[in-house]
Write a protein that binds this ligand. Sequence first.
Ligand SMILES: [Zn+2]
Ligand SMILES: [Zn+2]
Ligand SMILES: [Zn+2]
Length: 341
Amino acid sequence: MTFPRRPEVRQDPVSQRWTIIAPERGSRPGAVVRAIPPALVERDDCPFCAGRETMTPPEVYARRPPGSQPNRPDWRVRAIPNRFPAVRPDVVPGHDEIDGFTHVAGSGWHELILESPEHVVSLTDVSAEQAAEAGLAYRDRFRFVRHDGRSAVALLFKNVGAAAGASVEHTHAQLIALPLVPTFLAEELRSTAAYRTRQGSCLFCDLIERETAGGRLVDQTERFAAFVPYAARVPYEVWVVPLRHAAHFDSCDDDESLALGQFLRSVLMRIERVAHRPAYNLVWHTAPFDTASDGAYHWHIEMVPRTTTQAGFEWGTGFAINPLPPEEAADRLRSAWEESP
Ligand SMILES: [Zn+2]
Ligand SMILES: [Zn+2]
Ligand SMILES: [Zn+2]
């Protein structure tokens, strides 16, 4: 298969962001991948390993065998409050304006979800069953903050590898529930609502129809599709989108949550195989709790491998420069198992 080699500036239909697809840039000096450590490494001092439960705040949730006691070592997935929280549940909600500056009280939740009792680094390093159970835990913690009622929205994300911002190596996700809607989400809510008004349909449902029939599809199951977005910001950026239209991730039933965990693991395996186990971020995009479940928004997950470095141009303009055409990235990810290791 051949792919265009000329620079092209593409606009993402959801975020409205622009990306310069510049194939020549890939061969310049310094285009390096920041790899993450191998699957299983020994760490004597890791607070997230089973057996060191006293080194973390008491758990708020765990998946354990029947009869097992909280904060004992036989957990499979465990959620704990972040010791260094960005927002806190004991802060009284509110907002104020002083001298023309607006501030909102930092009330909310900041938790860590540990997806493995063993010291592994990536979601690909756990078994398929373990990844499925992590999917269930993610969903359960979202439901918890929704029912708690004091937050407007929750964000779930994973930082894997130092280059992706991970300060602790042991695989974990972070859940942050916030009192206000982040700018990127406000923009996505706006663009999906505008699309629905204009076209009478959901932007993501229409994207799924196009992408599952086109050259950017990476993988598909009966519940989810994974594709490289048209204006991918970095090589091997992938979006995972549920085929069922839903605004909120926490609307997933048990089967969908289990299937999601497994699907994330298998798509990440393709990325790690083709991009040589890069550092990466996963970010859940899901509607604020108070929006209608059948609204114009469609939840999804963005996978962003740290395969390039953001420099002055990217920070200054908000434009990304991606040296790998999305169609070529998808082609490589589809045939990940045929490539030599
Ligand atoms: Zn550990
Ligand atoms: Zn939809
Ligand atoms: Zn998004």
